[in-house]
Design a protein around this ligand. Structure first.
Ligand code: A2P
Length: 278
């Protein structure tokens, strides 16, 4: 299994990247440092995670120590939904670049893609993706969404496959550390039994399922041991007969976007936000 997927831009996205959502300041820098040293080449960030400054310091240290060069890394950040108006885009991009101490995000894209200023589309609200395509001048390369064995996104998976968009999975372990939702992905008996059969951990099985689906994964961890464990998903695979069992797992969307659903929002109900897919 290759350690990357090729995007419709020709760029390569690593199959495993480090998630930084809910990684606290004070520990996120060490996690990024340990991950890159362990072989990670993709770090998934966002200004909204309130930790990009510390991620930037860790990246600077890695560059100064010669562990990697900037061009070896794929760095994702997010234009948050409060900065989608074209006139707000440069300010948000500059803030993220300053915090991360980088000249560009992505892989080797120009610092400011002129098309970006016209992207009013909200790529991460992806149940709307089919409609967004025709509203933008550039097709999306990556659609980053919640995806794990407990929320498999088969409809979106098929759409992405047929349109050449790469699906990248956030919360690929079902965010077991989140206190505001009841995640059972790593406790799912089907996953536990497959992990036992293969001599792997439930987390590794969950990650490997996504990779075999053709999706990159962005597991978050601040533990060096688990960071390494989550990268150990290349030299083994889930055989077809066990892969078939994943279709029996109950499907529940964990991240329901509560923060964006309210009477003043354009999305007044969860059904509206997710086109009924909840
Ligand atoms: P920690 O940071 O202490 O390792 P997700 O990426 O789906 O949001 O899940 C992140 C959560 O899963 C965090 O609470 C993280 O805790 C935990 N986690 C990360 N890797 C593993 C692993 N290999 N096994 C169990 N839990 C893990």
């Amino acid at each position: 299994m290759a350690k990357h997927f090729v995007l419709n831009t020709g760029a390569k996205i690593p199959s495993v990247g480090l998630g930084t959502w809910q990684s606290d300041p004070g520990v996120v820098g060490n996690a990024v440092y340990a991950a890159v040293k362990a072989g990670y080449r993709h770090i998934d960030c966002a200004s909204a995670y309130n930790n990009e400054k510390e991620v930037g310091l860790a990246l600077k240290k890695l560059f100064e120590e010669g562990v990697v060069k900037r061009e070896d890394l794929f760095i994702t950040s997010k234009l948050w939904c409060d900065h989608h108006a074209p006139e707000d885009v440069p300010e948000a991009l500059d803030a993220t670049l300053n915090d991360l101490q980088l000249e560009f995000i992505g892989h080797s894209e120009p610092r400011r893609d002129p098309a970006l200023a016209n992207l009013k589309a909200t790529y991460h609200l992806t149940s709307h993706l089919p409609g967004q395509q025709w509203r933008t001048r550039v097709p999306p390369a990556v659609d980053q969404v919640e995806c794990h064995p407990g929320w498999q996104q088969m409809k979106l998976h098929n759409f992405c496959q047929s349109t050449g968009i790469h699906l990248s999975a956030y919360s690929p372990l079902g965010s077991p550390g989140s206190t505001f939702m009841n995640s059972n992905v790593l406790k799912e008996p089907i996953i536990i039994s497959i992990a036992e059969k293969l001599g792997k951990t439930p987390a590794q099985v969950a990650l490997r399922w996504n990779i075999q689906m053709g999706h990159s994964v962005l597991p978050k961890s601040v533990s060096e041991e688990r960071i390494k464990q989550n990268l150990d998903v290349y030299d083994w695979s889930i055989p077809e007969d066990l892969l078939a069992k994943f279709s029996e797992i109950k499907q529940v969307r964990l991240l329901r976007g509560n923060f964006i659903v309210n009477p003043q929002s354009v999305y007044k109900t969860h059904e509206e936000l997710w086109d009924g897919e909840i």
